[in-house]
Design a protein around this ligand. Structure first.
Ligand code: GDP
Ligand code: MG
Length: 162
């Protein structure tokens, strides 16, 4: 089996947009309405001639369990089954309580984690990116899934730990 890279994070941070950017085609559903990706979807992916499985997560449904619990559950399952985690946060929103909860799960697992600060469409957002050091997951990696900025560098580094 190929190594597994899981993309976790809150709804609407751009996980599916990042999946499409990595795949080089629009396969994962990107939506302005949070919660479109149900549960987990696995895509065969390749970068620098190396094959891996890319797992997109979602699964939020507006039920009584609440969004926070749903995100945490999805993250927990994805972290368990993967070799590397891409934890995506929205640089424009900053770290939320739900993000902090996922960080706790990530700390408990011993999987390598890349903190991905998405929606950095230009360098005006550098201060927002720097603020994400506070999550304690190391260097926040600024990317724009929409425009592709930073994604190649990120994947080059992901391949080094696969
Ligand atoms: P998911 O719920 O985490 O899978 O998020 P989606 O990939 O569905 O994206 C949610 C929204 O954020 C959509 O409206 C996307 O177009 C937007 N989005 C995703 N990535 C970026 C980005 O890099 N820059 C900007 N400006 N918007 C983005
Ligand atoms: Mg999605």
């Amino acid at each position: 089996a190929f190594p597994v890279v899981a993309i976790v994070g809150r709804p609407n941070v751009g996980k599916s947009a990042l999946v499409n950017r990595i795949l080089g085609r629009r396969e994962a559903v990107v939506e302005d309405i949070p919660g479109v990706t149900r549960d987990r979807v696995t895509y065969p992916a390749i970068w620098n001639d190396r094959r891996f499985s890319l797992v997109d997560t979602g699964g939020w449904e507006p039920d009584a369990r609440g969004i926070d619990r749903s995100v945490a559950l999805q993250a927990e399952v994805a972290i368990e089954l993967c070799d590397v985690v891409l934890f995506v946060v929205d640089s424009r929103v900053g770290a939320t309580a739900t993000d902090e909860r996922v960080v706790q799960l990530l700390r408990r697992s011993n999987k390598p984690v890349f903190l991905v600060a998405n929606k950095v469409d230009d360098s005006v957002q550098d201060p927002e990116v720097a603020a994400l050091w506070s999550l304690g997951l190391g260097e926040p990696r600024a990317v724009s899934a929409l425009h592709g900025r930073g994604v190649a560098d990120l994947l080059d580094d992901v391949m080094k730990v696969l």
